[in-house]
Design a protein around this ligand. Structure first.
Ligand SMILES: NC(=O)c1ccc[n+]([C@@H]2O[C@H](COP(=O)([O-])OP(=O)(O)OC[C@H]3O[C@@H](n4cnc5c(N)ncnc54)[C@H](O)[C@@H]3O)[C@@H](O)[C@H]2O)c1
Length: 439
């Protein structure tokens, strides 16, 4: 099925990038963009910058770069702003995060020093391991949300921006039950903000402020943020695209690459034990059981949805799936993730696979932030609103319409992403049927 090309507004003018939380991921992203703009490095890992898209038949030889196919904002048009509970400039925060080497950072120091976070909306109750000094105070949660809206408007006018997009790169907040009544409808949620309801976490205030200002929003952490009916309704009413949650990097990325492979060959699975050592601030925050609970829920869902035990009881009906994160300071951002996977084959004979992934968390997450900013902006200019399921590709725990199970298989997610781009441009969707080549 293809349709006439959607009218996509051209990306004229500057695009403001709003980052609540300017820690390891956010500063690695900002520094990376500045380094790429100066020709010091390549945007490896970014589908918007390096990915191609096949158009038409396999014999047509049309595979443009995605950025040449759909009208995306250019890197030169990005202007960065954000909030943090620490006052450090983007340069100091990137130096402290210790992800990128000093030599690279020194070459982009003037650009990074220009970005200084605005005071954050923060409450220790939701991130127990942090103490912030650079924070907004006074009034109700509603009043604090209004202050975030003011920051957004000031950023837009002072930087002469034509559009903005926001990606939550803040710490993981404690687990919250999405079934709480205040999340069910917008007026209950708005009243709850005014009454300082304790189920309203800071990330929700940033998200509400963004949507109220017509700014698309994505959530890179596993806390609820926009993943409940009141916020979905609000985004639809405001014509704003939203998506979440939890960047798909590291171990879960591996899981969503491997599990569809096992299932495609009908290989069984008895168990998957995953453990990590991680020494950055994110690791420290996740050392708190309440923040870890948000992460655990997000990480555990993946296998069930991909392997469908109810459809394949003989292969996946009895899986032992465990995920552990251990805070271990010497490792810094260079996480090590071990997986022990117990699979079985023909006649039930068992086999094992061991993975030792020496990864770099923020190096894997930074290109995701870039792609989300550019695709959210594209969605907004294309008149798309509410949950952007085609961006599931980037998330551990993708949001989906009520009553719809989320799609976790990375290959299906990629096909969906590319078909959405084809659809927006009125190109034929690719089904891979291909019978015409054999007629
Ligand atoms: N790096 C990855 O691979 C990865 C993958 C999935 C999800 N995430 C999530 O992305 C988020 C960022 O990760 P990171 O490694 O950059 O962590 P980080 O600790 O380095 O950075 C988070 C920053 O958010 C700030 N912050 C906390 N609460 C805030 C608030 N209310 N307002 C403004 N700022 C606030 C902290 O001060 C800190 O600077 C975390 O929630 C993490 O779980 C990261």
């Amino acid at each position: 099925m293809n349709k006439p090309s959607t009218k996509i507004v051209e990306p004229d003018g500057k695009l403001g990038v709003l980052l609540p939380g300017m820690g390891a991921v956010a500063t690695t992203f900002v520094a990376g963009v500045e380094a790429i703009k100066k020709g010091l490095a390549k945007p490896v890992g970014s589908v918007t910058q390096m990915g191609t898209i096949r158009l038409g038949k396999r014999t047509d030889n049309r595979s443009p770069l995605i950025k040449d196919f759909v009208p995306l904002a250019g890197l030169d048009d990005l202007v960065f702003g954000g909030w943090d509970i620490f006052e450090d400039s983007c340069f100091d925060a990137a130096s402290n995060a210790g992800v990128l080497d000093r030599y690279l950072l020194e070459q982009i120091k003037p650009e990074l020093e220009q970005t200084r976070p605005w005071p954050a909306v923060f409450d220790k109750q939701y991130v127990k391991k942090l103490d912030g000094t650079h924070v907004k105070s006074g009034g109700s949660k509603w009043d604090l949300m209004e202050k975030v809206r003011e920051d957004i408007r000031n950023f837009k006018s002072s930087q002469n921006l034509s559009r903005m997009a926001m990606v939550w790169c803040g710490s993981t907040e404690i687990y919250m039950d999405p079934k709480d009544d205040i999340f069910k409808d917008l007026s209950a949620f708005e009243n709850a903000m005014k009454q300082n309801h304790q189920s309203i976490a800071p990330s929700m205030l940033y998200a509400y402020a963004a949507i109220a200002e017509g700014v698309p929003y994505a959530n890179g952490a596993p806390n609820l943020s926009v993943d409940f009916p009141a916020m979905v309704d609000f985004a639809k009413a405001q014509d704003v695209p939203i998506m979440g949650k939890d960047f798909k990097t590291g171990q879960t990325l591996m899981k969503t690459i491997l599990a569809p492979g096992f299932k495609s060959r009908c290989l069984g699975l008895n168990g998957w034990f995953s453990t990590n050592i991680l020494g950055n601030r994110d690791g420290e925050v996740l050392d708190d059981p309440e923040s870890f609970k948000s992460k655990e829920v997000s990480k555990l869902g993946v296998l069930d949805y991909i392997l469908q035990p109810e459809v394949y009881p003989d292969l996946y009906g009895d899986i032992h799936h465990k995920v552990r994160i251990n805070y271990y300071p010497p490792r810094g951002d260079n996480k090590e993730g071990w997986d022990n996977i117990d699979i079985f084959g023909w006649l039930g004979y068992p086999m094992q696979i061991k993975i030792d992934f020496l990864c770099r968390d923020s190096i894997l997450a930074a290109p995701i932030v870039l792609d989300l900013i550019l695709f959210l902006d594209l969605a907004s200019r294309s008149g798309m609103r509410g949950i952007q399921e085609w961006l599931s590709f980037y998330f551990k725990s993708p949001q989906a319409a009520a009553g719809l199970y989320p799609e976790h298989d990375i290959f299906i997610q990629l096909m969906k992403l590319k078909n959405t781009l084809r659809y927006l441009k009125g190109e034929e969707l690719i089904t891979h049927l291909g019978l015409e080549y054999y007629d």
